[in-house]
Design a protein. Structure first.
Length: 246
């Protein structure tokens, strides 16, 4: 089990950053990604308006071994759900939940962008023939994915994309929110250097802290293992629920 420890302590100065600030340069991330067809009503329940879920009723479940190279070296496990969505004339992915085994990036992701990150144990194993990943929460393997490495493909051209995130900070008064907005997170220079497809198995279970087992799975549309680089950069506020104009 990997111990959850912060990489560095904060400076106690009033204006000192409490953690390494973005952008974050990732190199040689290993990602195991399954595209799932699910129930349209369930998908709609995950995505806050005015975002619109994709018409194909698809969501993505992923587990990865991620490697930050700059501004500081951090290697950690991450998993989550991504939903392809549209926000006006912009397209991207909405993330309703993520699981991490590292404290510093869990904290910075929540506070800067609004990533809904929660602690969990993440294991990721790959050999010459297969890849296997597990996410354990409250003693339960809430995600278990396995795939045979069958068909290696060519690298794809570098591209940019963006995530959409619901950033919510409840008010200290106990009524309403101090922050309630949709933010973007820019993913720049996404480079998939190695790509392999195969047939995958997926098991989802719920724990006392996670309803992952309630995700309806109609079919696994695709399964892919990749090694690649990205820059996770700042974004912008594109919708503010507390703005009286809405």
């Amino acid at each position: 089990m990997k111990r959850m420890t912060a990489i560095s302590g904060p400076d106690f100065g009033v204006d000192a950053p409490p953690y390494a600030m973005p952008p974050y340069q990732y190199r040689n991330n290993e990602m195991f990604t399954l595209k799932i067809e699910t129930d349209p009503a369930y998908l709609r329940s995950l995505v806050p308006e005015p975002m619109v879920p994709n018409e194909g009723n698809l969501l993505v479940i992923y587990v990865g071994r991620l490697r930050v190279a700059e501004p500081k070296a951090i290697t950690y496990g991450e998993a989550g759900i991504m939903v392809p969505v549209r926000m006006g004339d912009r397209v991207g992915t909405y993330l309703p939940v993520l699981y991490l085994d590292e404290v510093e990036l869990l904290t910075s992701g929540r506070e800067v962008w609004g990533f809904p990150k929660f602690p969990a144990e993440v294991s990721f194993c790959r050999d010459e023939n297969a890849v296997e990943a597990k996410v354990t929460n409250a003693g339960v393997d809430i995600i278990h994915m396995q795939m045979q490495l069958e068909q290696w493909g060519e690298p794809i051209p570098v591209f940019d994309r963006e995530h959409f995130l619901l950033k919510s900070i409840p008010s200290v008064s106990g009524t309403g929110y101090d922050v309630r907005q949709i933010n973007t997170c820019r993913v720049r220079n996404d480079q998939r250097k190695e790509i392999c497809e195969g047939k995958a198995d997926l098991t989802l279970r719920s724990s006392s802290n996670s309803p992952m087992g309630e995700v309806p799975i109609k079919s696994i549309v695709s399964s892919i293992y990749t090694i690649g680089d990205i820059i996770l950069d700042r974004g912008e506020v594109i919708y503010d629920y507390l703005d009286g104009a809405h």
